[in-house]
Ligand binder design. Sequence first.
Ligand code: FAD
Length: 473
Amino acid sequence: KPVIVWFRRNLRLHDNAALGAAERDGAPVVPVFVRDPPDPSGQASDWWLHRSLASLDADLATRGSSLLILQGPTETVLPRLATEIGAGALHLERGHEPGVAAREQDISTRLSEHGIATRRFAGRLLADPDRFRTGAGGPYRVFTPFWKALRHGFESGTPRPAPERLTTPTNLPDGLALEELGLVTESKEQIAGWEGDWQPGEAGAREALADFVDGPMADYPEGRDLPGRVGTSRLSPHLHFGEVSIRTAWHVAAQAAVGGAERGGEAFLRELGWRDFGAHLLHHFPRIVDEPLQKKFDTFPWRDDAAALQRWQDGLTGYPLVDAGMRQLRRTGWMHNRVRMVAASFLVKHLLIDWRAGERWFRDCLVDFDPASNIVNWQWVAGSGADAAPYFRIFNPVLQGTRFDRDGAYVRRWLAEIADLPDRYLHHPWDAPATTLEAAGIVLDRDYPAPMVDHAFARKRALSAFQSLTESE
Ligand code: FAD
């Protein structure tokens, strides 16, 4: 009897436990993707998904198979397909977001009514979110002890190769053409920006991993903080869609680390640990989807300021590092982690705009949008999450710029209008003497905005907002 392999965020053939088990059983395989709107992802990640599905379908074709694309409520679409084709089992890679396990259970119950088994496989995370517990038996709320438990408790093993050949029944019902899902809705110009920067799909993912391990990994502890160069793996969208398994990323980095790049390898594994930590938190505290983890932030006096939010989104705050980041995000669907922290902090602390508005914007713009990582990092920046930086630590966007983009390579790439300013004033053009501005051909507030809010004023305002909170506790 055929086995349905449900592709969700495991869009790969290598080290895919759900697919591998079906292949080993020798059963005919029916690879299926189901689009189940409404989906909370945004336009950039929908574009990625489209490209990734096309790539998966092409990879399946080289093995004698193809991807069946369906649309509708998964809990009706999958059982209908399973009964129609007389499937023996459904294989899936387990998801961990709120509501997902219940949904999987629902599908499994419906299938079992027809005598069809559901087999769930691990693969999305290094460790199941329930695997590690604090000494008191609860979930972790602090990263370091979570990381210690994961680092010592996790063994990657050797990732499995992709199947060489697959048998797929020919008498399947008609699916949709990929285009019919309508995942690509953005303008041609926007799509050209993404296309220029990324190669979605399994081949692109494996290439990105190999390039990183052979190159920037050795210098990762320092290089990862410098947005002006390629110092990180840029694996995040590939990992989100499971185009390379997290286990493979871990395994390849750990092997390479033994071969010489110990510091870089170890620091990189720790970042992979943050990904698991985000999933662990969202799994155990599902309310953090739209509520602060720390209750006292429930009454935070956020400002409602649509015009300011718009300026931040457009990269027109007048702070070059923030603006460069927001433009990189819009143009490429990705922003360097250091700059994500500074830009997010600017919205929440300098503008006092609710982190949920920023989270929504990132969701719409990021090719690597991931519910757990996005929410947990936004709450971390806002100070309302687990392990949060104390609220009173407020990034100074000028100092962050002069420290991490000393030669201005990053700001110059994204803000052509101030590229001719000397390094000395690049991160604070408003301090440049008139002659310097003139020599660079810049009129402030015409070519580039003056700062929309003064740093010292904003810092004081944010601190007193926070103070009002603790006093009212
Ligand atoms: P590398 O430095 O090469 O790290 C390797 C991998 O580790 C990443 O691909 C990612 O999977 C994981 N990782 C690294 N840092 C973090 C982190 N802080 N939290 C969770 N996982 C991490 N990451 C997302 O994948 N999706 C998001 O939606 C997302 N939203 C964010 C929002 C904000 C406000 C901030 C501050 C960070 C966010 N991050 C998010 C985390 C981080 O910025 C990205 O994972 C990272 O920049 C991706 O680039 P990279 O693959 O080159 O990272």
